[in-house]
Design a protein around this ligand. Structure first.
Ligand code: IPE
Ligand code: IPE
Ligand code: MG
Length: 248
């Protein structure tokens, strides 16, 4: 059984157990340089490598990266196919390195809509790294929180209908466990300056601390990660209680 919601203990926040990132601003980064948007996505791949290595070094157990949303299919077909190619290439190219760091890679989202080639790469990458324990890296591809919640509710409803789950036993943990990403998010970083969730981890972000960075994703580096982690460490996570209660 996957470990769930274990970090819902109030008090001073230190290092996030689960860091989630909306990697936004690739297009603007490229456009500011008079380049095609896809150049921004290519440049963003370097920042992905930086944050994975930094998170692993700092001992963050779970990192979830938003790579392609269920709404991103609405983009021009050329951009969508370039992004899909880039994702497949990046996975194939970096799997050995990530495996050597003892990182478990999971692709979260509806992978059934992806090309057979990309699905094969995903299956290989997940199989190769599935026993790794030092960090879990979730890469969200064709991910949407409403899609995730809908499939989770169908799964839970099927258990009830089949008589394997009693309705009175259905609780928040049941739902968390049926999600692609069962663990609550501690710190959510969004680059590119937008203050919105864009259908990312709606359930899991119930008590997430949120850090919005003006930095465009391709410019994201260790210094900016450090600022986000310092912001997080300075938060008092109250989970509905008062400061006085926490001080006891
Ligand atoms: C984020 O960058 C990457 C994806 C959504 C795939 P954008 O492509 O959204 O960049 P902006 O927001 O247009 O600058
Ligand atoms: C969110 O960014 C999705 C990813 C980073 C993969 P978008 O650029 O798609 O979000 P909106 O459309 O500005 O809300
Ligand atoms: Mg964007």
């Amino acid at each position: 059984m996957t470990e769930v919601s274990s970090q819902l203990s109030p008090g001073a926040a230190k290092l996030p157990r689960h860091l989630a990132v909306i990697m936004d601003g690739n297009g603007r980064w490229a456009q500011a340089r008079g380049q095609m948007r896809i150049k921004g996505h290519q440049a963003g791949a370097n920042a992905v490598r930086t944050i994975i290595k930094a998170a692993r070094t700092r001992g963050i157990p779970i990192l979830t990266l938003y790579a392609f949303s269920s709404e991103n299919w609405k983009r021009p077909a050329t951009e969508v196919s370039a992004l899909m190619q880039l994702l497949g290439m990046a996975l194939a190219e970096h799997v050995d390195e990530l495996h050597s760091y003892d990182i478990k890679i999971r692709i979260v989202g509806d992978v059934s809509a992806l090309s057979p080639t990309l699905q094969r790469t995903i299956a290989q990458v997940e199989a190769k790294t599935c026993h790794n324990r030092s960090m879990t890296l979730n890469i969200a591809i064709n991910y949407g929180a409403r899609l995730e919640l809908t499939q989770a509710l169908k799964q839970v409803a099927a258990q009830v209908v089949a008589g394997r789950l009693k309705l009175e036993d259905l609780d928040a943990t049941t739902i968390s466990q049926a999600l692609y990403v069962p663990q609550d998010v501690d710190l959510l970083i969004r680059t590119g300056g937008e203050f919105r969730l864009s259908n990312f981890l709606l359930w899991q972000c119930a008590y997430a601390e949120i850090y919005v960075s003006e930095v465009l994703w391709p410019d994201f580096d260790e210094a900016e990660l450090t600022r986000a982690l310092e912001f997080y460490a300075g938060r008092e996570r109250r989970f509905g209680m008062t400061s006085a209660q926490l001080a006891k």
